[in-house]
Design a protein around this ligand. Structure first.
Ligand code: NDP
Length: 245
């Protein structure tokens, strides 16, 4: 395992959940972090807590290619390089297709797929030039199976899986690629479900009771970040022990 000391790690979706917990652990382990999300107040509070020598942020929307590049450039200008990108920002407004919530489908495609692609684009040439770097994409167990209500969300997370595999093959020998598939963990993600019947259906399946702390997923991200550059763990599936699907 390599040390995270002085590693430069860019994390999207760092204002809550997995992104926030990962940022905290990275700084505890000596890394410097470049954080992005839309809620500036949350990012500012987090960077104050972590210290401005170790943590910088920009309020960005991952659906904007320009804003994503601005975040990466800010990190490179401030710290000299980006060693690792954690492509984590995502939303999950589940609903049955028959409800026709097409605005939410558009949003999921924009954030969960295009956001990941723009994240890759923002650091890829920088990493290829240096023949070194790491990209960790956050998919979901919904990227391996589909449930009623998850058709579009799963579609976006299957896409993250395909993009990760394509990236792995194309960047072989230069960049470490990991795709992480979490099950149910306690974050703000469920708040993005606006279809109340879907939220009720999810809760009636006991997901709220079995969901585990976000730190457990952050630990798996840290594990991937600490790998020796000579190896890549390409996939990590992490569920609560009590989650059967
Ligand atoms: P949270 O809702 O706590 O965090 C999501 C993060 O994404 C927030 O920081 C949010 O910040 C950011 N975000 C959302 N939309 C945008 C946008 N347009 N531009 C920039 N940032 C954005 O949920 P999680 O921590 O759970 O989610 C992280 C990832 O994990 C997601 O990709 C999710 O799909 C995935 N996942 C989560 C699971 C879970 O059980 N929690 C299970 C499987 C996968 P802001 O609102 O400030 O922009």
């Amino acid at each position: 395992m390599s040390n995270l000391k002085n590693k430069i790690i860019m994390i999207t979706g760092a204002s809550s959940g997995f992104g926030k917990e990962t940022a905290k652990m990275c700084v505890d382990l000596g890394a410097k972090v470049v954080l992005g999300a839309r809620r500036e107040d949350k990012l500012a509070d987090l960077c104050n807590e972590l210290g401005s020598d170790s943590a910088i942020y920009k309020a960005i929307d991952v659906t904007s290619k320009e804003q994503m590049h601005a975040l990466a450039n800010y990190g490179i200008e401030t710290f000299g390089r980006i060693d690792s990108l954690v492509n984590n920002a995502g939303i999950m407004p589940l609903s049955l297709l028959e409800r026709g919530r097409t605005d939410e489908w558009d949003q999921m495609i924009d954030v969960n797929i295009k956001g990941v692609l723009y994240g890759i684009d923002s650091v890829y040439s920088h990493m290829l030039e240096r023949e070194s770097g790491q990209i960790i994409n956050i998919s979901s167990v919904a990227g391996k199976r589909v449930m009623p209500g998850s058709a579009v969300y799963s579609g976006t997370k299957y896409a993250v899986r395909a993009i990760s595999e394509g990236l792995r093959i194309e960047s072989s020998g230069k960049i470490q690629v990991t795709c992480i598939y979490p099950g149910a963990f306690k974050t703000e993600l469920a708040f993005s479900i606006k279809d109340e019947s879907m939220l009720e259906a999810l809760m009636s399946r006991g997901i709220g009771e079995i969901a585990q702390p976000a730190e457990r997923v952050a630990e798996s991200i840290i594990y991937a970040l600490q790998l020796d550059p000579g190896v890549s763990v390409n996939e990590i599936v992490i569920r609560p022990t009590a989650q059967d699907a």
